[in-house]
Design a binder for this molecule. Structure first.
Ligand SMILES: Nc1ncnc2c1ncn2[C@@H]1O[C@H](COP(=O)(O)OP(=O)(O)O)[C@@H](O)[C@H]1O
Ligand SMILES: O=C(O)C1=C[C@@H](OP(=O)(O)O)[C@@H](O)[C@H](O)C1
Ligand SMILES: [Mg+2]
Length: 178
């Protein structure tokens, strides 16, 4: 049985930061699918979107996700759009547990507003775009196995503790030593 822990949720929810913390705490390999895509392409995400478009990026994302899940006992931080594809959701379901880091719009906005690294937010009204994506995607994120609220007042370490506690409560086998 594969027992990857896969973080899903919106841009700015903390998937990358909390995934790295979980990897340190649990002593398991860490993969961030965006970082892997960038490494393989030797380009940044905005460069990939600008040169090859979103569909090309989504195809690479699906490939990278399958590759990192094959490791079997990793912490995987996905990009926010990854969970929207059914093929990615079923691949994740077959290889571990999905955890939705659920974060409010204001906190997301405060975290992403100063960074030009998210091409989907390069619009005339980035805050409006973020809120629209949050509304569209939340019902799909809610399909994840485990739901953890990532509150602004909580440090990365505290949210990581809550993720571990929620997995211990709901699917303890994921945390057992191999
Ligand atoms: N309590 C917190 N939980 C998660 N991320 C936080 C927190 N406080 C600040 N951050 C910062 O928010 C930013 C966005 O987080 P990131 O991990 O990149 O999110 P995602 O990968 O979900 O888009 C990072 O710079 C991260 O360090
Ligand atoms: O929500 C999305 O569609 C995206 C989220 C980004 O990752 P983070 O969620 O880690 O910011 C990155 O994959 C790309 O910019 C698209
Ligand atoms: Mg990230």
């Amino acid at each position: 049985m594969r027992r990857n822990i896969v973080l899903v949720g919106m841009m700015g929810a903390g998937k990358t930061a909390i995934g790295a913390e979980l990897s340190r705490r649990l002593g398991r390999p860490f993969w961030d699918t965006d970082a892997e895509i960038e490494r393989a392409a030797a380009m940044t995400i905005p460069e990939i979107f600008a040169r090859d478009g979103e569909e090309f990026f989504r195809a690479r994302e699906t490939e990278v996700l399958a590759r990192v899940l094959a490791g079997g006992d990793s912490i995987v931080s996905t990009g926010g759009g990854s969970w929207m594809r059914e093929a990615n959701r079923s691949r994740i379901a077959g290889n571990g547990v999905s955890v939705w880091l659920d974060c409010d719009a204001e906190t997301l906005w405060q975290r992403v507003r100063s960074r030009p690294t998210r091409p989907l937010l390069q619009t005339a009204d980035p805050r409006g775009t973020l809120e629209r994506l949050l509304a569209e995607r939340s019902p799909v994120y809610a399909l994840a196995d485990i739901h953890v609220r990532a509150l602004r007042k909580d440090a990365v370490e505290e949210t990581a503790t809550q993720v571990i506690a929620a997995i211990q409560d709901r699917q303890p086998i994921i945390l057992e030593a191999k």
